[in-house]
Design a protein around this ligand. Sequence first.
Ligand code: FAD
Length: 426
Amino acid sequence: MNSYKAMQIENRYDCVVIGGGASGMMAAITAARNGARVAIVEHTARLGSKILQTGNGKCNFTNLDMDISKFQNDNKEFVGQVLDMFDQNATIEFFKELGVWHKERAGYVYPHSETAASLQEALRLEVERLGISVYLRCRASEINKVSDNTYDMVLAEDETDNKVGISVINIIIATGSKAAPKTGSDGSGYKIAKKFGHTVKKPLPALVQLISDNNLCKSMAGVRSTGKVMLYVDDVCVSSDIGEIQYADYGISGIPVFQISRYAVEAVDKGKSVKAIIDMIPDISKEELYNDVRIRKECETTKSVEQFFAGIVNKKLVYAACKNIHIDINASVETLKLTQINNIIDELKYFCFNIISFKGFESGQICQGGVVLSEVNASTMASHLADGVYFAGEILDVDGMCGGYNLQWAWSSGFVAGLNAAMNIR
Ligand SMILES: Cc1cc2nc3c(=O)[nH]c(=O)nc-3n(C[C@H](O)[C@H](O)[C@H](O)COP(=O)(O)OP(=O)(O)OC[C@H]3O[C@@H](n4cnc5c(N)ncnc54)[C@H](O)[C@@H]3O)c2cc1C
């Protein structure tokens, strides 16, 4: 007799949500509002830990410019279908009803308090108000199908031997990915999905820093400067973005690097050649720069190369560009040929970082990969393989760009899963 059979069923629920993060709380709230008796099983000590870290503690919870082009996974139509059922306006309205007003900057939407904790707490209080049972520090140690529409589950408390048996009709798996595992998303949800027969595409970090073997990285470390990053995989440009690039001793970071990172990570993982080319002066054309230096070279004869470029771009970047083409940054511009100065411009406009690796799951904001979408119904978030099983959030093979798209995916998919799980009991 296994431990499950020995367990007495203590509680019966219409719907159990495994994972009390953004998508899990949304799913639980929606199911409860639609008449279901709901429980959340969360293996950390609190609900919504990751929300606290989002948007640098300010929580960029959606974006007014919502479109499937903001998602980078295959099968964007699936994402579009789900977003259509609960979009950015529905999200803003949902949180306003919970007392969380919003603030918008260039389409990026934050709580009016600019505090992630206010949004996390609003969700937690709504979970409480709706009488949703919350099992903290617990995981589903066993799940057994006992009839056509019932599962029995054993919930085990992690640090004690305490176990409780529950009976459920629907299970929503909302355990997140492997990104930022300290917040609780340790990838254990993939194992649960696999037990229901689901296929998991290899999870890899996304929205993550890239590591280069360029030996000039150390000399550029600490610089934050507007740049355009173009990602080349096997010499083909596959993605680009513009914004504040952060140069680090290991390589490159910053929002534009995050935006292109999932393609770099995927390509590095497959052993392809990956290069990030950075235009360090993206707002001035090469021709304008050539023209400027041609005119100034005639009159600013006493300046060093460093002084000559000081008003255009950070000197650490000029140093690296000069190093690449063996020009001394302290040399007087008078001693250099115009072609040599133009070569410095060429370097600054097309600086190459060979990408050899990427930071790990601890550093990635999200994961690419996860439960494959072809095994899930986009209209309901129900599993095609197991009755009464639903998915929500980042456990699925969906990854959005920076800008509130990943949380919007959590809200939309959580809403659709919660609603349909509640309908499944009627
Ligand atoms: C630093 C950082 C900043 C971010 N900033 C933003 C931002 O500003 N805007 C944005 O849109 N997105 C942002 N994201 C991404 C966003 O937070 C996630 O996409 C979103 O939280 C995913 O929601 P989820 O519910 O799928 O997973 P999570 O929020 O990770 O929740 C999963 C929950 O399940 C629990 N769990 C896992 N396994 C089990 C198990 N076996 N049993 C029980 N419980 C389990 C976990 O403890 C966790 O509480 C950021 C992420 C990080 C790390």
